[in-house]
Design a protein around this ligand. Sequence first.
Ligand code: ZN
Length: 88
Amino acid sequence: MTKHEYCSLETLEGIEKAERLKQDGWIITNSTPFSVTMIECEHDNTEYIPYESDTNVQENYICLDCGINLPLPEEDVDEQIKEHTVRT
Ligand SMILES: [Zn+2]
């Protein structure tokens, strides 16, 4: 179950709340100059994208709810960062 929290960035309370949630592993799904919406995602809805040599598609494991790249169990962190850089 994914939980949503809205944090106003116009109050100190809201900023502190956002920072605390971020440290707890929450992810920002929507942000404006005045607010952020954060979710605590359990990554229940995931999709594995296998490497395809034909199209040179990188192997990926993503969460369909929050859209982040999840770490592949046997892949090292450098590889993840490289993939992320290429994607964005
Ligand atoms: Zn997720």
